[in-house]
Design a protein around this ligand. Structure first.
Ligand code: ATP
Ligand code: MG
Length: 312
């Protein structure tokens, strides 16, 4: 089966810095591929190579089944990219910026106007569409920058932290808009530091660190593989957190104990179930009343921290 993106042993050095250090992965057509990793992991560098903005030091990248070095021009026409750094024409109004971007991509007149109208509505740009780009807030600018990329029809869209600076409503609108296009066949390569977002949008997730791929799977698969840790949460009825710590601590051993709120205790452990039973028995022996208990599966954030932590 042909992959939309097929990367083999990709390396990119900046002088002595090995920004991308032997990375291989594939992205299927019509899927959202989440590329996660800490600051400096090599995500943006990978996107720059894949979008032909910088040359790889070695390795091969095939997009739509074609080598990106040999078929650079054709590939560029079929992809869209929203880079991490802001890019806008300071003196253009939002409306004009969308219009010009459509023109740049040779979108015909009628379609261009319809598309701009649709994006202004969908991305909620109406109230500032006549303002100049450099008069906008950071989040407003980012919204325009992302909306702009939908002025033309790309088959593969690279989004490098597209929701950076967006408020929760704008973020949700953007993710849903992307999702709608994915239903229509768009393939998306996506980076974010917000794990809930990755979980919401991505079919497949790769985690990279220090230029190397350390895990790749579906969000559920990652949780199963790396999320041995579960969290117990105990809410006390009348007692203070402090008054029961001498009971909890010896049972929790070296596990992380958090107190997210007064009277609530959260413990993360690979032996959460067994620990919970011991704690309940011990608390009841000491006449401490419990309001509620729960054992929660790991979040993608916990998986991420655990995988990255093992690497450090
Ligand atoms: N133009 C450049 N010249 C030299 N080094 C660079 C350049 N661009 C990136 N690097 C280095 O390459 C490494 C990877 O950077 P990259 O921007 O790809 O990280 P990232 O995963 O996108 O991080 P972030 O989450 O902060 O956006 C870093 O160590 C960075 O300092
Ligand atoms: Mg980056």
């Amino acid at each position: 089966m042909e992959l939309c993106v097929h990367v083999s042993d990709l390396r990119k050095n900046y002088g002595q810095v090995r920004a991308v250090d032997g990375v291989s992965f594939g992205v299927e057509y019509g899927k959202v591929f989440g590329f996660l990793g800490p600051n400096g992991a090599g995500k943006t560098t990978t996107i720059k190579v894949l979008t032909t903005l910088v040359h790889p030091s070695s390795g091969t990248v095939r997009i739509f089944g074609k080598d990106i070095v040999k078929h650079q021009r054709e590939i560029k026409k079929r992809i869209g990219v929203v880079l991490q750094e802001p890019s806008f024409e300071a003196n253009l109004t939002v409306e004009r910026a969308l219009e010009l971007y459509g023109l740049m991509w040779s979108v015909p007149g009628e379609k261009r106007r319809d598309r701009a109208r649709e994006l202004i509505e969908k991305f909620d740009l109406e109230s500032f569409k006549s303002m100049k780009n450099d008069e906008l807030s950071i989040g407003q600018r980012r919204r325009v920058q992302v909306a702009r990329e939908f002025m033309h029809d790309s088959e593969l869209l690279f989004l490098d932290e597209p929701t950076m600076g967006l408020d929760p409503a704008a973020r949700r609108t953007l993710l849903d808009y992307v999702n709608k296009h994915v239903q229509g066949g768009l393939t998306v390569f996506f980076t974010t530091h917000i794990m809930e977002e990755a979980e919401y949008l991505c079919d497949e997730i790769a985690i990279i660190n220090k230029g190397r791929m350390i895990a790749t799977d579906t969000p559920a698969g990652l949780k199963q593989k790396y999320g041995g840790v579960k969290a117990i949460e105990i809410k006390l009825k009348d007692s203070t957190t402090q008054s029961v710590m001498h009971i909890i601590r010896p049972i929790a051993g070296g596990s992380v104990i958090e107190t997210p709120a007064e009277g609530t205790i959260r413990i993360s452990s690979t032996e959460a179930q067994e620990m919970l039973v011991k704690i309940i028995v011990s608390l009841s022996k000491n006449s401490v009343h419990i309001e509620s208990v729960s054992v929660n599966p790991p979040t993608l954030e916990e998986v991420f921290l655990s995988v990255i932590g093992k690497q450090a």
